[in-house]
Design a protein around this ligand. Structure first.
Ligand code: UDP
Length: 340
């Protein structure tokens, strides 16, 4: 089985490549290196034993993908490549629809040409928007409140319609849309890790404050209707997230349509995350309380029982300090990311 991983040089994609290599798969990583890192691929080559191919290619380049998939005899696709900043998507929606939606269309056209039968899509809980209740299961209405969420929901719809057509044509196509909550942490061996430019995610930002790379951390809103007034999110460790991808990929049969929420099923507040970084890092840093960030719902956390019942998956990292510790170990050893 040969797996193409789009966005394979990015944060989540590189963790998928590592795990696939460890499981013995042949992997083709494709990344335009716009926000991905050639250094991640170089690090992964050290464990690949000749089973990792890499191409600096944009997922929107349909003909190039067709050639690559033929050359590497790809039968399964894991599609991670995307832009993933909610705020940026509000400012530049067309860029998000081009990169996330139109590129996925090109990728699906390439899959159609090759006759791919298994496709695992990196979707997001942002496709749900403001949920009517938490925890959120897969029947939560999908009503995104950002172009980012909408750009991913369009891909879910394309997959649904395409899978239907393939079923009718007698050439079934199986896909899964995995709706991520807040992905956090890094490879415990620190071979690869999280390196975003710009970095806006809560845990890395707090860690940068603890390392003195930033002079403070801002809490965006302390007047939410939550026990301590700050927002609650479900932080899933990137290795648990990838475990779920592997379980889904192994279970996926041509003709399947699967949707799973990927979270640990428990939320932590911004203040709890700050306290966790203090404990793990053993360092003090300045915390400033500021206004709410537009578009942040008070509480988002998953009900992951569907994937638990159907595939036996559950998160191994459930203690927030354990999640934060892997992130801390990466950032402490790579304060300038891959350039360290
Ligand atoms: N947050 C914060 N300060 C920061 C970054 C994030 O208070 O510097 C809060 C943010 O308002 C949200 C939570 O932390 O409630 C997680 O934000 P992040 O950007 O990491 O992920 P999101 O939930 O937006 O996908």
């Amino acid at each position: 089985m040969a797996v193409m991983v789009t966005g394979g040089a990015g944060y989540i994609g590189s963790h998928a490549v590592k795990r696939l290599l460890e499981e013995g798969f042949d992997v083709l990583a494709v990344d335009n290196l716009y926000r991905g890192h050639a250094e991640a691929i170089a690090a992964l080559q050290t464990i690949a034993e000749g089973r990792l191919a890499f191409s600096q290619t944009d997922v929107g380049d349909r003909d190039a993908l067709i050639g690559l998939m033929r050359e590497h005899k790809i039968d399964t696709v894991m599609h991670f490549a995307a832009l993933a900043y909610v705020g940026e998507s509000v400012e530049e929606p067309l860029r998000y629809y081009r990169n996330n939606t139109a590129s996925a269309l090109s990728l699906l056209e390439a899959c159609d040409e090759i006759g791919i039968e298994r496709f695992v899509f990196s979707s997001t809980c942002a496709t749900y928007g403001e949920p009517p209740k938490v925890p959120m299961d897969e029947s939560t209405p999908q009503s995104p409140i950002s172009p980012y969420g909408m750009s991913k929901l369009h891909v879910e719809h394309m997959l649904r319609d395409y899978a239907h057509a393939r079923r009718v044509a007698g050439k079934p196509f199986g896909y899964a849309a995995l709706r991520y909550f807040n992905v956090a942490g890094s490879d415990p061996q620190t071979l690869i890790g999280e390196d975003h430019e710009p970095e806006t995610h809560l845990i890395p930002v707090i860690i940068e404050a603890a390392l003195g790379i930033r002079d403070q951390i801002k809490i965006f809103g302390t007047d939410y209707d939550t026990p301590d007034g700050t927002c609650i999110r479900d932080y899933i460790h990137v290795c648990d997230l990838i475990d779920a991808h592997i379980a889904v990929m192994r279970a996926l049969q041509p003709g399947d349509e699967r949707f799973y929420n990927l979270g640990i099923g428990k939320g932590y507040s911004v203040r709890e995350i700050i306290e966790s970084v203090r404990r793990v890092a053993g360092r003090e840093f300045k915390v400033v309380e500021t206004d709410r960030r537009p578009g942040d719902p008070a509480a988002l956390f998953a009900d992951p029982s569907k994937i638990n019942h159907e595939l036996g998956w559950s998160a191994k990292f459930v203690n927030i300090d354990d999640i934060v510790r892997t992130a801390w170990n990466w950032f402490e050893s790579h304060p300038n990311g891959y350039e360290s």
